[in-house]
Write a protein that binds this ligand. Sequence first.
Ligand SMILES: Nc1ncnc2c1ncn2[C@@H]1O[C@H](COP(=O)(O)OP(=O)(O)OP(=O)(O)O)[C@@H](O)[C@H]1O
Ligand SMILES: [Mg+2]
Length: 331
Amino acid sequence: MPDVVVFEDPTGRGEPIALERFEIPKDLPDYEQRVGKIPEPDPHYVDLGMLYRFAQVEAVRRAAPSGFVPLHLAVRGHMGTGKDHDIEQFAARLGLPYYRIPLTGEVRDVTLIGSTRLHGDGKGGTESRWEDGDITRAIRGPALVNLSELNAAGAETLFALHGLLDRYAALDLPTGETIRLRDDVRMFGTMNPTDLRDYAGTQTLNKAFADRWVIWEKDFPSGEQIEAMLRRRYPDLSDAFVEAIAGLAVEVNASFTSPDAGTRVETPLSLRSILDRLPTGLRIHASTDDPLRAAWEDFVLPHVDPYDRDHYETVWNAVVRRGPAGPPFGG
Ligand SMILES: Nc1ncnc2c1ncn2[C@@H]1O[C@H](COP(=O)(O)OP(=O)(O)OP(=O)(O)O)[C@@H](O)[C@H]1O
Ligand SMILES: [Mg+2]
């Protein structure tokens, strides 16, 4: 019996989607290593809808006749909105080895595709041998490849990927070998938006490259979604704290997207601040008279540029002014 995984629509509108998990062929030379790269499901993960949307595309692909040109999915959103986490959790559900390959401005096509290197031949001489780059190695077997920070890569690097991502669906290596996109390989990507704010090193995606992707926006999570994530991860965090943190996050991020440069904050409140840093601060300062304020000062404000602190303080005063009475956990 094949292993089946069911994706539910968190909005309750769509039918559940059942998909068979991928199988890793035992005869692959790197079988053990590949199986080791299947991510663990994150027990704290809350699907805000992205997994269901990925599953919709996957279901269409599986139902398509052969010769169908596959779609590649890129998620665009601000820092810490959970883009990479969604893609990793999709790999976990489908049982695909996950290869996250960052495309920074430094990365060159030889790193991604591969290069010929000199090796000792064991007899005092040298011989040249081809060595796969990161993408080449990943797509030699079942894989979910996440090209993260797509819009940080230089144009030459991206040109090397054009053929792989379009109808041609293959990589031609300088050795003469052609590696076709297997049926059990999925290509994903993430990027930050460049329209609203600067992300150092990013640029507008080259149009021809962008046209090879389906690009989906990932918005900041809503207050309800943040509350759901906090409750899942910290079941003993009291309601007053959950609501205050969600309220702060929603207002900071609304201010981040405001067109008024005079009052808007320049740094969004990321899920890392909300789910990792603030709760750590609350544990450390649990017995002080305003644990949320102390956590805010120690774990949020240091991430904010000095000229931006006033804007953060405006939001703090508008939303909480004074944090809830402690203790934050198990009260
Ligand atoms: N749906 C979710 N449910 C629970 N936790 C989440 C979810 N999405 C993200 N997180 C948490 O938020 C953190 C940030 O997520 P992630 O690294 O995916 O963000 P990102 O959008 O890729 O950010 P960046 O643009 O900075 O790379 C992760 O450490 C993860 O634990
Ligand atoms: Mg990321």
